[in-house]
Every structure is written in structure tokens, then in C-alpha cells.
Ligand binder design. Sequence first.
Ligand SMILES: Nc1ncnc2c1ncn2[C@@H]1O[C@H](COP(=O)(O)OP(=O)(O)O)[C@@H](O)[C@H]1O
Ligand SMILES: [Mg+2]
Length: 271
Amino acid sequence: MTPDTPANSSVAPHTAAAAVPAIVPVPVLETEHLTQRYEGREVLQDINLRLQPGESLGIIGESGAGKSTLARLVMALERPAAGVVRWSGEDIHRLPEHQRRARRSRVQMVFQDPYSSLDPRWRVGRSIAEPLQRLPMTAAEREQRLAEVLDAVQLDPDAARRFPHQFSGGQRQRLAIARALATRPSLIVADEPLSALDVSVQAQILALLRDLQRREAISLVLISHDLPAVEVLCDHALVLRHGQVVEHGATADVLGEPRHPYTRSLLSALA
Ligand SMILES: Nc1ncnc2c1ncn2[C@@H]1O[C@H](COP(=O)(O)OP(=O)(O)O)[C@@H](O)[C@H]1O
Ligand SMILES: [Mg+2]
């Protein structure tokens, strides 16, 4: 038996190539015909999204357009009236509750107000490590991960022992980002994460998000009025108006050469 004969080595790569199908990554997030109604009123209509691993999508639209509703549906925080949300190929709203809970660590959210994810009565280390409680990790591994994510958002390790009110607004948003990173999610949904911050701090948090995006292959859905932020962070952009998509494409096209008059007026209003 001589497996390394010339005949073998010339044939093997050919058969191997023929036998292996092209690898198509499973999208981190997909929505199909996603629709929501409140009190009979349609606030989101037929939203179709697809995000591959590491890709980022910016969502822009005026107040009341349905952006936060879309975020809550994507996060499986509420059920849609119709349509599908898939996390890595699985219809998340149709999974039994215990399976949905088991997958929660894969998708994390950052809110406009960092207090949404930081309990004011808890030392911040506890809030940041809280999503890790549901993962099979030892206490020492959780401590280690806490130190890693504080480092990732450029805060001292001893920050963990302090309370949220002892930080500035920008630092609190870093802490909220650390919490979102802790479970190594494949997707982060950030709903206006810069809006509550001073302009100079916005630039720092934006730089942090861009840095994280480059180092970790996390997909991002960024809801933002801040067009430069969408430009810097997002491959794709989507414009939402009255719950409907008016424009969706590569960020450079949507922001640079908007086709829809609504996008043009929105862009000049936001610029
Ligand atoms: N829980 C709710 N019950 C009833 N109406 C709601 C609820 N949440 C949002 N809405 C309405 O749905 C529409 C979309 O809201 P929202 O998703 O918060 O928009 P955006 O985040 O773009 O400002 C708005 O008209 C809002 O008033
Ligand atoms: Mg909103």
C-alpha cells in the first residue's frame, strides 16, 4: 500500500474538489416578510433582511418609522404579527421557549440609554457578567471574560467594582458594550447607541465600535441618525419610512446616490 504514489496525488485533489460543495455561510440574521401591528395598525411591513457573518447593516429613518420595533423583533423580545426571523438559520420565534432562551447569548443589544443594561444598584461587574450566568462556565472563567471585555472597551479592571453612577455617560456606554460582548455574540443590535452622548464622546464610542468590528467578526445592526456612523460602520444601509423599506443597498450607494426622493430629503435633514 503506497498512498503517496504520483497517480494518487495527482488524482486526489481533483476528486476532493469535485466532492466538496461550495461553502455558503449561513446568514447570522434573516427576516422574511416581517410585519408588526399594534392595536390593528401596521407599524412594520414586509421587512426582508439578510446579514452574513461579520456584515453590518445601518437602519435609518425618522422617529416613529419602526426602527426600534424592528430591533425588538430581531432580538425576539416580542412576537411578529407575521413573517419570520432566523438566527443562524433557525426560526427564532417558532422555537420552544427553552430553546430560544438557550440561544439568547448569540444575539445582544446595546441601547441608547446604558442604564437599560446596567442595574444602578449592582456593581457593574455583576451586570456585565450576568449574561454569562446562563453559559456553562466556571466562576474563574467568568472573571476572566469580565476582565477581557473591560479591556476590549478600554476600561480598567477595577471598574468592575464600581457602580454605574460613578462613571461618565461615555464610560457607561462602554460598559453596556462590554456586557453585549461578554457572551461572544454573533450579532449585536445597537439602537441609537450614540444619541445620548456628547459629540466628542460619540466619536470615541464610534472609534471603539469600529475597532471591535475589525477585531471580532461580529455582525452589527446599527440604528442611527448619525450618517457618518452608518458610513463608517455599515456595509449596507436601509431606509425605513412608515414601517416600509424605501431603499436598501450598499451604504455608499444609499447615502451617496440615493434613488428615492424620501431618502434624499431624509439625508439632507440629517446632514
Ligand atoms: N408598544 C407599542 N404599542 C403601540 N404602538 C407602538 C408601540 N411601540 C411603538 N409603537 C408605535 O409604532 C410606531 C413605530 O415605533 P418605533 O418602532 O419606536 O419607531 P422608531 O424607533 O423608528 O422611532 C410608532 O408609531 C409608535 O408610536
Ligand atoms: Mg426608536
